[in-house]
Design a protein around this ligand. Structure first.
Ligand code: C2E
Ligand code: CA
Ligand code: CA
Length: 641
């Protein structure tokens, strides 16, 4: 019998590949997570297996001639079986931890899970006595025993369980992870099948080593999970980890730390040093929890996961962290005092999804709160936000949105002038929700276009019916989100919708609030001019609320400026308020814009506005916003004040 170099070549390839994976994993210091440790265990098993098989192949031809060679072969086979029996259970654990499921295994399940492994491993250990797994015949040749089949069955069970885990967490896994794991399964199965069919092709270890190399590049590598500049786990990492923990029903806590004066660091150390704060704070957090539990979602915001189902530990940690902020932070030569707020929440009790967690990370710290640590019911606003978000999401499909109308009147003759369309949301679960609450959320989740579209279509339908015009309404006001106006193709879209209903465009008046975001006057002004050229009217909404200003009125071609109710109300309360109202009216008139005042609730206010001779009035004094049918009744009665 000769040395089989073909066998050796395949084993050597497996040895080289798995050693390379081992070395690169260690070099890149990916050794702290349980997942990393399991990976290292896997490549180590494959490498050692390949090593024993190489020695085996060299010794095998000489077993008959020399006892020492025979002993070597015996030791190698023994080691091979000891290690290889552990490979599949270890891999199964690895998949479980990639899918985020470790804690889901209870002690009972743990025993069940490991019993197969323990039985088979025990059989291998006692094989020198029993010879159940394998033995050597009189010619010192290797012979399989019945128990080897049992090892194969156990391996298959673990394998199937891993696939089941993969399918179970399918939606929480990134595409890259899914593909890498599927490829792994296919390659390993192919390797085993080929070797099973032809014992001379030693493909099993080779395929395993190769598949693990793929796993290293696609799963163990954290390039897309880590911010290049700071080396911290990013939003994507948080998203993936939270989703997989949640899908596995794991109970744990998250601590969201917000540094509220983070801009101070840049100001004090130079704007090129944007990474200093995250790195310093994360370095501190990593003294409390393992590296992989700290995420940095925006420069001043950190999320720490505490994998403990009781909230005690997380709360204690929150206190420790907030205490650290009593001490200065050192950035080079500069010492700074930083302010921080912590939100601590339990998953899944308070936070139900990764998007809830992101909302917590991204929401502004509630300004009416002087607590440094918010937890439990302090975070109810998060739950409310999540509930409103789902209500908005299902609103259009379930037809829960309704357009209300609020009439506007001429001041001079108190005759009906127009109406403002105001949206309402009637949700079957959380009841009626007002636009002040849900419009900002709709803007954040990208639903505002669809909602404003819905309102515009409803209004077009109403105008098309001819009813409003029959009772003297010149135009109906439709609120638009500025975010939407700035989008490409907006002018075309508006024309397309109104053309569908074949209505005259002069009957539609768009209200926009000049918000801080709309710093791009040039673009906004082009949009307004283009739509005005098509026949639409425009009003500036909420004049005096801080966003709108004289410059905007001057630059944008509005027909009407709507003075916010707060200006009217403070004019009644103080002399300064009165001066502001009077001067606003005077300046707007000088700019040749018509004036509507909102929030008119009393006769006294009407008298005040009569003195100032503004053009139009809107408010509860005349009518609250009401459903369309009520509105039709109201205008058909020719109700005048
Ligand atoms: P807004 O455009 O300033 O609408 C006027 C708000 O003042 C309405 O609140 C209206 O009900 C209320 N109001 C009118 N008269 C009086 C009064 O005499 N006293 C008092 N206390 N309030 C009065 P609403 O309907 O809750 O709407 C709030 C905001 O939601 C609106 O402010 C507008 O910015 C936004 N909004 C409403 N409908 C839509 C819509 O279809 N699309 C968009 N993008 N935003 C909308
Ligand atoms: Ca409005
Ligand atoms: Ca308004």
């Amino acid at each position: 019998m000769k040395i089989d170099y073909f066998h050796i070549a395949l084993y050597a390839a497996a040895l080289l590949i798995s050693t390379t994976s081992f070395i690169f994993t260690v070099i890149q210091q990916r050794t702290d997570k349980l997942q990393n440790k399991l990976y290292i265990l896997l490549v180590t098993i494959v490498a050692l297996n390949a090593g024993t098989q190489i020695v085996n192949e060299f010794a095998k031809p000489f077993v008959l001639e020399d006892q020492a060679y025979f002993t070597t072969v015996k030791i190698c086979e023994y080691l091979y079986f000891l290690l290889h029996t552990a490979l599949c259970p270890a891999f199964c654990l690895y998949v479980l931890s990639v899918c985020g499921g470790r804690a889901a295994i209870t002690v009972k399940k743990n025993l069940l899970y490991s019993s197969l492994f323990l039985i088979t491993e025990f059989m291998v250990i006692i094989n020198p006595l029993t010879r159940w797994v394998y033995h050597f015949d009189d010619n010192r040749q290797f012979v399989r025993g019945w128990a080897e089949n049992l090892i194969y069955v156990a391996a298959a069970v673990y394998f199937v369980f891993s696939i089941f885990m993969l399918l179970f967490t399918w939606n929480a896994l990134t595409m890259k992870r899914k593909l890498a794991l599927i490829y792994f399964f296919l390659l390993v199965v192919a390797g085993v099948v080929v070797q099973f069919i032809n014992i001379n092709i030693k493909s099993e270890l080779f395929a395993e080593a190769l598949a693990l190399l793929g796993v290293m590049t696609a799963i163990e590598s954290e390039d897309d999970r880590i911010d290049i500049d700071t080396g911290l786990y990013n939003r994507k990492a948080l998203q993936t980890d939270l989703s997989s923990f949640i899908i596995n029903n794991r109970a744990f806590c998250i601590i969201c730390l917000k540094v509220t004066n983070s801009e101070l660091v840049e100001r004090a150390t130079g704007s090129e040093n944007t990474d200093r704060l995250p790195m310093a704070v994360a370095a501190y957090l990593r003294t409390l929890v393992p590296r992989y539990c700290v995420y940095n979602t925006s420069p001043g915001t950190f999320i720490v996961t505490v994998m403990d189902s009781s909230e005690k530990k997380a709360l204690a940690m929150s206190f420790t962290i907030i205490k650290r902020f009593d001490e200065p932070w050192v950035f080079g030569d500069t010492e700074l005092m930083l302010n921080a707020v912590i939100m601590e929440a339990k998953i899944p009790d308070r936070i139900k999804s990764a998007s809830d967690a992101f909302y917590m990370a991204d929401c502004p710290v509630p300004s009416n709160n002087d607590k440094k640590i918010l937890s439990g019911s302090d975070l109810d606003f998060l739950m409310r936000r999540a509930a409103v978000e789902s209500a908005v999401n299902r609103g259009l499909d379930e037809k829960n949105f309704e357009v209300y109308y609020q009439p506007t009147f001429n001041l001079s003759d108190r005759k009906l002038h127009g109406a403002e369309a105001l949206i309402r949301l009637h949700d079957s679960i959380i009841g009626n929700i007002y636009p002040d609450e849900f419009i900002p959320i709709a803007e954040q989740i990208g639903m505002i276009d669809a909602i404003d579209d819905f309102v515009l279509r409803e209004v077009c339908e109403f105008v098309k019916s001819g009813i409003p015009m029959k009772y003297g309404i010149e135009c109906i006001n439709v609120n638009l989100s500025v975010i939407e106006c700035m989008q490409p193709g907006f002018v075309k879209h508006i024309n397309k919708v109104t053309d569908e209903y074949r209505i005259e465009k002069k009957h539609i008046n768009f209200e926009i609030t000049e918000s801080v975001a709309a710093s791009d006057y040039e673009l906004l002004s082009k949009v307004v001019s283009a739509l005005k050229a098509d026949g639409f009217h425009f009003s500036m909404d909420d004049y005096g609320t801080g966003y709108s200003n004289m410059r905007a009125i001057f630059l944008l071609d509005f027909d009407v400026v709507k003075i916010d109710k707060s200006i009217l109300w403070s004019a009644e309360e103080s002399e300064l308020g009165k001066i502001i109202l009077e001067n606003s009216v005077r300046m707007i008139k000088q700019m040749k814009r018509e004036i509507l005042v909102e929030g008119v609730e009393t006769q006294h206010q009407i008298d005040l506005l009569t003195d100032l001779s503004v053009d139009y009035l809107q408010g509860y004094f005349f009518s609250k916003p009401i459903p369309k049918s009520d509105f039709i009744k109201l205008i058909s009665l020719g109700k005048e004040s």
